[in-house]
Design a binder for this molecule. Structure first.
Ligand SMILES: Nc1ncnc2c1ncn2[C@@H]1O[C@H](COP(=O)(O)OP(=O)(O)OP(=O)(O)O)[C@@H](O)[C@H]1O
Ligand SMILES: [Mg+2]
Length: 251
């Protein structure tokens, strides 16, 4: 079953056609990589799918619902959660609290309730604690959970980012360059983590420039170049496509 369908998605910035009439079908429980040279329109595509940017045209369907131009918080509530190309963590807060915030969902209402602490909030908070600890166990950060996030290594911060998505209970995660800056040992660990998450039925859609990683973990690869989808298919099919080789050599 396709959990995500994108039809004729388009976005321009002035004269730049960042994304041009892109179609995508993503199977539930798969790992799909979105690749392409710098400026190909990958992040813009993620922004439109997750409600951070309104498309000029086209539609996005997630879990059978037309979510086109829904606000990001509603998309996330439906189970489609993304990370950003730039790491965003609260450095002074503990690793655990960073995850708990994601699990509870940050909203004004949430902040008010956390101050007045009605019984329903206390229940939610203890549930969030359990979920967050589990997410940290999953990514291998349990031993660091009481440290301030600012003390984590770069590689650990990348894992914290994944833990935060897991703690939201997402059924599909969109990861924008989640392995950027990792060393080769960390990349191997990351690949294993992605496969573990897939084994639970969670759908993964990730942008990455590390071709070895992409070829290793992906069930499907979609290639963008200058806003246009120039190829899509299994990794071994896509890597030999002349248009893909040309796009990479040209870049
Ligand atoms: N908010 C914006 N305003 C104007 N132009 C933008 C904006 N966001 C992206 N662009 C332009 O749209 C094009 C696609 O950018 P995008 O960030 O989607 O590329 P990308 O594939 O994610 O690249 P990278 O691999 O470098 O992250 C680029 O030409 C970029 O300069
Ligand atoms: Mg990008």
């Amino acid at each position: 079953m396709d959990i995500l369908k994108v039809r004729s998605l388009s976005k321009s910035f002035g004269p730049i056609k960042a994304v041009s009439s892109v179609d995508m079908d993503i199977k539930q429980g798969s790992i799909t990589a979105l690749i392409g040279p710098n400026g190909a329109g990958k992040t813009t595509t993620f922004n439109m799918i997750t409600g951070f940017m309104k498309p000029d045209a086209g539609r996005v369907f997630f879990a059978g619902k037309d979510i086109t131009a829904w606000p990001a918080y509603r998309v996330a509530r439906l189970g489609l959660v993304r990370t950003f190309q730039r790491l965003e963590v609260f450095k002074e807060m503990s690793v655990l609290d960073n995850v708990k915030i994601a699990s509870l969902g940050i909203s004004m209402q949430g902040l008010m309730r956390s101050m007045f602490r009605p019984p329903s909030y206390v229940r939610e908070e203890s549930k969030a604690l359990e979920i967050s600890v589990n997410a940290l166990v999953d990514v291998g950060l349990k031993d660091s959970m009481h440290k301030p996030a600012g003390l984590l290594t770069f590689g650990q911060l990348r894992l914290l980012e994944i833990a935060r998505v897991l703690a939201t209970g997402a059924s599909m995660m969109l990861l924008d360059e989640p392995a950027a800056g990792l060393n080769s040992v960390e990349v191997e660990g990351f690949a294993t983590l992605m496969k573990d998450i897939r084994a639970r039925g969670i759908t993964i859609f990730l942008i990455d420039h590390d071709m070895k990683l992409v070829m290793d973990i992906s069930d499907m690869v979609i290639v963008l170049d200058q806003g246009v989808r120039i190829a899509s298919g299994r990794p071994e099919e896509v890597r030999t496509e002349p248009r893909v080789i040309e796009a990479y050599l040209g870049a």
